[in-house]
Design a protein around this ligand. Sequence first.
Ligand code: GDP
Ligand code: MG
Length: 389
Amino acid sequence: MCKEVNISILGHVDHGKSSLLAAISNSFSKVGIAPLVPYEQIDLAVIGGDEGLKLNRAQIKISGANKDFIVSDYPSHQDFVKSMIFAPTIDGILLVVSAADGPMPQTREHLGLARKVGVEKIAVLINKIDMVGKSLQEMVVNEVKQLLNDVGFKSSACPIIYGSALQARKCGCGKKECSNCGFLFDILNSFENYFALNGKVQEKETLLILNEFSDTPFGMVLGKGTFVSGKISKEDSLTILTKSTTKTVKVKGLEIDGEPKEEVYNKGQVSVYVEGVSAKDVEKGTPLYKNGLNNIKKSFNSLCYIFRKEEDGRIEPLPKESQLSVSIFGRLIEAKVELPKDRETLLPGDSSFAKVHLSKEFFLKKGFSFYLVEDGKNIGIGKIVEVGE
Ligand code: GDP
Ligand code: MG
């Protein structure tokens, strides 16, 4: 079972996301389960990124009873959207809604996006309860529940917590029974008992993407690449997608950092000796996978985001149909990208579904992320939401 649980904070600007993360940090540092990071630093949100994608975010790691919770706060709409589309896993969303303002139109868009990329669990903090009375708080809760149901979440299953991030941040005593800080422990409780339970089971399907090949003296090919998921043992029979077809190969040896292994299962760099293929038949970004998997396809539906000019992206909108390339696990494949019926263009900084038709087959799976590439430059990102033919 996965030991790290990824949680993103979502909420309209000024509803208190960064204050909440600062409060969490302040209180939980007192009990030794999180580092102390001041609000100013969280509010600033330095550039970080997943697998090469630049985005602004602040992250705090909370050491829970059995798992670590990585809680991320994004300063802008674009950063949140980018993380939703490109992050390998999002186990849950902590929605912050100001009780004084209620949910905002963009919150609906964010929740809809989260739903489309497969997020299933949401906990809600009704924040700023120091500013308004009980009856107004309840009105906001009803609005939030309606919104969650509208976009396809089951609101009855979502933990709803009430608090004031500002007061908790200022107090920071870290005591469960404190009237200012206590709700932070309810939030932690929702992490432990809601987000971490029945979370996404780690991917077990065997997939290795090989990037370098050389023929060896004993009729074997040495392939070096990145382990994506699953497990490989010596003598396993696997399938390789060559330049022209699929072939069955036999694993004759495995190495990590030059050390021979009987089996490999962790993500990372792996060398593998295989029998049954020649180095000239394979190229960078070659999938090696378990026999019988039916993942070699040419088209998929995706959720895409186009980088803005400030993100070193596009200036012009993407037209209804474009000839681009996609880069999946570093493999560059020419592709036709087609927007849905109701969209004429896709503006930089905006996201949309898009059908992708590859010029060549590849190992495709729901949830895989990719870059959209134009003239050798990354102009956007996407996530596969449904594999086609
Ligand atoms: P963000 O844009 O969602 O990250 O919001 P911030 O955490 O930066 O907070 C925006 C403003 O709301 C700041 O001035 C905070 O001090 C204030 N604020 C945040 N939480 C509360 C709260 O619980 N009560 C009150 N009264 N103000 C709050
Ligand atoms: Mg903020």
